[in-house]
Design a protein around this ligand. Sequence first.
Ligand code: PMP
Length: 287
Amino acid sequence: MVQIVYLNGAFLPLEEARVPVLDRGFIFGDGVYEVIPAYSRHPFRLAEHLQRLQHSLDGIRLFNPHSDVEWHELVRGLIARNEGEDQYLYLHITRGVARRDHAFPQDTPPTVFMMSSPLAPAAPALREHGVVAITAPDNRWLRCDIKAISLLPNVLLRQLAVDAGAAETVLLRDGFLSEGAASNIFVVKDGVLLAPPKDHLMLPGITYDVVLELAAAHGIPSRVAPVAESTLRGADEIWLTSSTREVQAITRLDGSPVGTGEPGPLFRKMDQFYQDYKATIMRQPSP
Ligand code: PMP
């Protein structure tokens, strides 16, 4: 089946989608994006993703080209036109096509692009044994709460992990944990789930919120507060979270085992809570 994407008002095959080279996304990375999973064709936490999209658009002073009702229609339209019960949607809005000038163009319509890709469940070995991560200094800008398409620092930081045969780069700024290159990071110490606060130094993850909500619902104590590098390095468990990777245990950090070196007991519980929670979404009536 052909992959169908959405571009500026039309659904069309990916191969036919074209953007002019003067698009400010191409020239400046001047835009924002969202990634939304859909399970059994139900978009997951769509309202929250659209809220974060609005926050990102406000952060770069770009008008939202669609109402929430329109976004819902577009999202459902894209899911319906693509293969796979589980998909992840990529939404991308740039400041449009204009003569190259750093300053905002006047009266230029934004470019709106959406695509869907198949979403595969995590490999059983990964769930069983966790993943390897490395650390690196967080050298990104100070508005990491904006989901900006200009991802060069994240790209370089993530490649460090790939070069080291690791699954993620955990970022440290001024002696504190910020997040992963493409994920949020949680730490477990003495039975308490620790998470850095949502501020300008990290992306407010949708999965991050789900994990904290599930912890509260199931009586797992949690504390949202800055996490020192020493706490990270002395952690009993470390988890990464993201919409496409869900919750994964980091079982080696910079070559040393985290806790026992195997996914810990709280991870096993949270992974189950997360799968059960997803199942409730999938059981809802057809979208
Ligand atoms: N931080 C960064 C830098 C990310 O790119 C992502 C998403 N890939 C996340 C955190 C996790 O956010 P979410 O749970 O909404 O996918």
